[in-house]
Design a protein around this ligand. Structure first.
Ligand SMILES: Nc1ncnc2c1ncn2[C@@H]1O[C@H](COP(=O)(O)OP(=O)(O)OP(=O)(O)O)[C@@H](O)[C@H]1O
Ligand SMILES: [Mg+2]
Length: 217
């Protein structure tokens, strides 16, 4: 499975989700994390993780950009059991290249107007990419969910109505544990002291992605 964590909004949580999924998946599979964002945050995370963990990061990480995201990934696909691609916060050539070969696009959405307003454009992008990659599955979920109020549900409603995206009801709350863990090169499930809510939410998203038959097939 090639999972692209994408979308066209900066700061929605793509790198947080890509690195957490990679860390968790690498416990059971040989995972390649591809950093396709010129900001290199996923690579920085991996460098830090390699320094901090006595046994190293636990997965392989490379940086790719532009058309190489397609060509190099195609060459590597049989060498790894799972590939996670982190993309930048715009509609880039790298993200498009990734989507030509991806099995799954996963898009985090912060329940705020500016983020939700990009939904239609993401939907158009997915529609376009499906003309070259008809098997592409595309899912969206809410990241940085509010502890209360109507914004989460309103954003969820708009995602459900968006043509090319399927809504996954596995929100991640806005929790300091995510950034605290990342700052130490850790997944939120590894971070001490444990934030049980963050761990449960991340586990639910992981389970959904890797245990739902229609996604992993
Ligand atoms: N669920 C969350 N709770 C709290 N903070 C979060 C959460 N998700 C992400 N963050 C924080 O929000 C910021 C942006 O997250 P992240 O870097 O993962 O977004 P991104 O989509 O990769 O950004 P970019 O578009 O710049 O690549 C980071 O400081 C991260 O720690
Ligand atoms: Mg990022």
């Amino acid at each position: 499975m090639i999972i692209v964590v994408g979308g066209i909004k900066g700061g929605s949580g793509k790198t947080t989700v890509a690195t957490n999924l990679t860390v968790m998946r690498s416990l059971v599979k040989d995972v390649l994390l591809i950093d396709a964002d010129d900001q290199e945050s996923a690579s920085d995370f991996t460098i830090l993780r390699n320094e901090q963990q006595p046994t190293g990061a636990g997965y392989t990480s490379i940086r790719l950009s532009g058309a190489a995201v397609r060509t190099e990934t195609k060459r590597l696909v049989n060498k790894y059991e799972e590939i996670v691609i982190d993309t930048g916060g715009r509609d880039t050539a790298s993200q498009r290249a990734a989507l030509t070969i991806a099995s799954v696009l996963l898009v985090p959405f912060v329940p705020r107007s500016f983020d939700v307003w990009t939904l239609e454009k993401v939907s158009e992008l997915v529609g376009e990419m499906r003309t070259v990659n008809p098997k592409l599955k595309a899912y969206a979920f809410i990241n940085r969910a509010d502890p209360a109020g109507r914004d989460n549900e309103e954003a969820a409603e708009i995602i459900r109505e968006t043509a090319e995206l399927e809504f996954i009801d596995c929100p991640l709350g806005s929790r300091k544990a995510f950034s605290n863990a990342a700052a130490k090169g850790l997944g939120v499930v590894e971070h001490k002291p444990t934030d049980p809510k963050a761990v449960n939410e991340m586990n639910a998203l992981y389970q959904y992605l890797f245990s739902t038959k229609e996604i992993s097939d």
